[in-house]
Structures are given as structure tokens and as C-alpha cells.
Design a binder for this molecule. Structure first.
Ligand code: ARG
Length: 477
């Protein structure tokens, strides 16, 4: 429950000033060093309470038309309802009072589709501005390639915002504050490990509270042993690594256990959100050069269709689309599908539909951008087969020692006879598979070791076996 303690201060919404406590033990920020830092203002409070009282979160300009902030700043924490774009104004400028910031309207709000209110997982959203700020200075989100060096354990990072500066009362700065922090080990951000910084022993969050895959823990300690942390009102603001032109947005203020306590602050891990930021057009447009290297394609046969997975070497350039062709060599007939590249480097996928089972197709892929197309990939041969489509695991939990219970959707036999339809689990770190035949939507498997397992639905017919995508579960001991 630690995760939610700080969030709904005014009912359902992230804290607004006046009701919530704000960076503790920070410094006055040099405004010129944070030109992309913005404040989020509750539009309909300004008339009554003024801008200063109506600030409730922070954000960062990542392009002239986009602000990156926390999803919990735009999604009602009780109802899950998204704020209206007209309800939020973006404030430009270091001060909330004398002078007040320049206010910019918001045209669209896009929270991550993977945001989970309960755990604050993937706590990120993009605000698309109603106008383009052509003179804007922006901060670039870190890529998964840059992240390992910029967010290595012990790296110096900074956070900035107009949040509470006090742990005992409510004290809000008119000008944003900066907190100088250090990146904590992942073990403090989901494995309950403690960490000593500047003579202070910090406690870690356990796996029920934090997930280091999508969260990053950080805190600082002053020369006199005071903890430096973000606080209420700082949410949505940046965690920054690197200096000058090399500075990158590596985190977003998300949650904590009180402020400046014996726990680090928790930040959304931006490197894990790069595909979402690309889809919301919140990344600076990379320069497109002629693609001289072909992508590679692998193909998984299904009944009447082929699932193509396309990868382009990271140094081959920036592609904006992939196209995959399947040719029937006997007739010359062509079918195709298109995929969008993912900046995380995760392979892109698309499915070519309407194919004949038993026909061996020649499959090739090309990558394209504004400069033209890449060479064509090496062809692969693939034959759609009437394999059964395995059902999917909808929920998977371990209610008792050694036991898992899955809820599954039915396997589709695709006109064939199933020889097996099974739930299969094996230890994530390797080991023997445990199998049980599926007889209904609720499947129970017992006798598992108390470690993390990966489970799939496996559908077998005369043409072969197919596994559903795996789900993880920690088996109780
Ligand atoms: N959720 C808070 C907000 O809405 C931010 C909390 C950050 N807390 C921390 N201890 N680092 O402003």
C-alpha cells in the first residue's frame, strides 16, 4: 500500500498546492539550466485561487508540441477517468508568482496504455499542446541504448519542481527547486534491498511495491546528512542525467513513502517507455538517412496466415515503416503486411492474412523512410499450416504453496483435431516442465517449486505444437 499513500490528496487527483505537502532539501534552480521544465496548472482554479495555488504537477517539454508528465497527474486515481485537455494549462517559466508563467493550452492527453493505477506501473503521459512553441528548448528522453551508462548505480541525477520543500508542514516555493540525487541499485526498487548513501541507510521497496523494469529509485543526502527527495507537487517533473547537450530525461517523479524518509523516491523509468513516447510523437524527429542495410525477417506459420517479425540493425539508420511480402512461387501471387518500427529496438511484427495452408511462400521484408527504401531482405520460406491457436492466459496467480491457478481463453482447433491442450509451467531460471491438461476455463497446476515460473498454453495437433505467449508467476512457498 506504500505506493498509494501520497497520491490522492484532493479526492481522486494528484495533490494540488494548498492541500499537499512539496523537493525537500533542494537548491534554488538556475532557471537558465531548466528551460524545458513546465508546471501543470488546474485551469478552472486560476480565477479563484491564482496560478500559484493551482499548480499541482510538473512536466518536461520533449518537443515544441509535447510535454511528458506522470499518468497519475492526468488520470483520476479513484475512477480511472482521464482529465479533459481543457482542464489543464501548461505553465512556462521558473516562477509561479511575480511573474506568473506563460500559460499554454493542451489539445490532447495521452496516458500510457500500460499505466496501472494500483501499482503506478508505467506512470507516464504525453500532453499535446494546442500550439507549437517554436522558440522552445527541449529535453530529449533517454534511449534504451544510452540508459545503461546514464542510469548506472550511483550516477548523479537531478530532479526539479515546485513541490513541497518541507516534511513537517506545507511550504511551497514560488520558484522551482532542484534536488541533486543519486541513482539507487535496482535491488532497492523491487527486491527490498537496503542501500547506504552519505552515511544514511535507506530501506528498499519489495516486489509488491516496486518493479525495477519500469521504475527507477533515487535519493540524495546533503553534506550534513539530510535526505534530498522530491515530494507532493513535484509529480510529473523530470529526473535528469547528463550535462549540457548530453542531458537526458531518465525519469519522471512518480511516488514515494512520505518525502525524504528512509526510502528513496520512485521515478518512472523513461528508457522503458520509449515505444510509447514514439507512438505519442513525443520524441524529437531523428535525422533520416538512406537505408543501405536490409532488415531481417523471421516468420512463424499459423493457419491461413504468417506472422512476420522484422528487425533492423540499430546502426542501419532510422526506418519509419517496414513492409513484408509473401509470394506464392507457383502463381506469383503476392500478399503483404506493414509494421511500424519500435525505437526500443524490440522487433516489429505484422501478420499476412488470407494465405493457403500447405503452400510454401517466399517471404521478404524492406525498411523505408523519407529517403527511400532499404535493400530487400534475404528471403525465407514459410508454409501456413492448420496449427491450433493456443488459448491465452488471462490471469495467473499462486493462491497456495506450490500451486498456480490460471484462467484461460479456449484454444481454437482451426478445423483440426487437438491431440493435447495443456497448461505448461517451468521455473523461469530453467528446470523441468510441469503439465496439466486443460478441461475448462479455470486450470490448476500443483507440485511446483516456490520460485518464479513461466506458464503457457500449449496446443498440439497433427501439424505441430504452438505455445501462447508466456506469463510469469511467483509460486508461493
Ligand atoms: N505523488 C507525488 C505527487 O503527486 C510525488 C511524490 C514523490 N515522492 C517522493 N517521496 N519522491 O506530487
Amino acid at each position: 500500500m506504500l505506493a498509494l499513500l501520497l497520491l490522492p490528496l484532493s479526492p481522486g487527483w494528484a495533490s494540488a498546492p494548498g492541500v499537499a505537502p512539496r523537493i525537500v532539501n533542494g537548491d534554488i534552480g538556475a532557471a537558465s539550466e531548466y528551460p524545458w521544465l513546465v508546471s501543470l496548472i488546474v485551469a478552472d482554479r486560476i480565477a479563484r485561487d491564482g496560478v500559484f495555488q493551482s499548480q499541482y504537477c510538473g512536466g518536461v517539454l520533449t518537443t515544441p508540441t509535447t510535454v511528458v508528465t506522470a499518468a497519475h497527474c492526468v488520470v483520476n486515481q479513484d475512477s480511472g477517468v482521464l482529465r479533459e485537455p481543457s482542464g489543464i494549462l501548461v505553465g512556462l517559466g521558473p516562477s509561479l508568482r511575480n511573474p506568473t508563467p506563460r500559460l499554454v493550452r493542451v489539445a490532447q492527453i495521452t496516458p500510457s496504455p500500460d499505466y496501472v493505477i494500483k501499482t503506478a506501473g508505467n506512470d507516464i503521459a504525453v500532453l499535446t499542446l494546442a500550439e507549437s512553441l517554436d522558440d522552445a528548448v527541449t529535453l530529449t528522453p533517454v534511449t534504451p541504448q544510452e540508459a545503461p551508462t546514464l542510469t548506472a548505480l550511483g550516477s548523479p541525477v537531478r530532479t526539479a519542481g515546485w513541490g513541497n520543500t518541507s516534511t513537517s508542514s506545507k511550504s511551497y516555493p514560488e520558484t522551482f527547486r532542484v534536488g541533486r540525487l543519486v541513482v539507487f541499485p535496482d535491488g532497492t526498487c523491487g527486491r527490498g534491498e537496503s542501500y547506504v548513501l552519505g552515511g544514511v541507510t535507506f530501506r528498499g521497496f519489495g516486489s509488491r511495491e516496486a518493479d525495477p523494469a519500469v521504475m527507477l529509485c533515487a535519493a540524495g543526502v546533503t553534506a550534513t546528512g539530510q535526505v534530498i527527495d522530491s515530494c507532493q507537487g513535484d509529480s510529473g517533473g523530470p529526473l535528469i542525467a547528463g550535462e549540457g547537450d548530453a542531458a537526458r530525461l531518465v525519469g519522471i517523479v512518480s511516488w514515494g513513502e512520505d518525502c525524504a524518509s528512509r526510502y528513496p523516491g520512485v521515478y518512472t523509468r523513461v528508457a522503458a517507455e520509449i515505444d510509447f513516447l514514439a507512438s505519442a510523437k513525443a520524441l524529437p524527429v531523428a535525422e533520416q538517412t538512406t537505408l543501405t542495410v536490409a532488415p531481417t525477417v523471421t516468420v512463424a506459420p499459423r493457419s491461413g496466415r504468417l506472422v512476420a517479425t522484422i528487425t533492423l540493425a540499430p546502426d542501419a539508420g532510422i526506418a519509419t515503416a517496414f513492409a513484408v511480402n509473401a509470394v506464392d512461387p507457383a502463381t506469383g501471387q503476392v500478399a503483404n503486411c506493414f509494421a511500424t518500427p519500435r525505437p526500443s529496438g524490440l522487433p516489429a511484427q505484422c501478420t499476412i492474412e488470407g494465405l493457403a495452408n500447405g503452400t510454401a511462400y517466399q517471404v521478404t521484408a524492406i525498411a523505408g523512410n523519407d529517403e527511400g527504401n532499404s535493400p530487400v531482405s534475404v528471403p525465407v520460406t514459410a508454409t501456413p499450416l492448420p496449427l491450433a491457436d493456443p488459448g491465452t492466459i488471462r490471469t495467473l496467480r499462486s493462491p497456495a504453496p506450490g500451486k498456480v491457478v490460471a484462467r484461460v481463453t479456449p484454444t481454437l482447433a482451426n478445423g483440426t483435431e487437438l491431440t493435447a491442450d495443456q497448461l505448461v509451467c517451468r521455473p523461469a531460471k530453467g528446470g523441468r516442465e510441469q503439465v496439466v491438461e486443460i478441461t475448462g476455463p479455470r486450470v490448476t497446476l500443483t507440485g511446483l517449486r516456490p520460485v518464479r515460473h513461466l506458464c503457457v498454453v500449449r496446443a498440439v495437433n497433427a501439424y505441430g505444437a504452438l505455445d501462447s505467449s508466456p506469463r510469469r508467476v511467483s509460486v508461493r512457498g
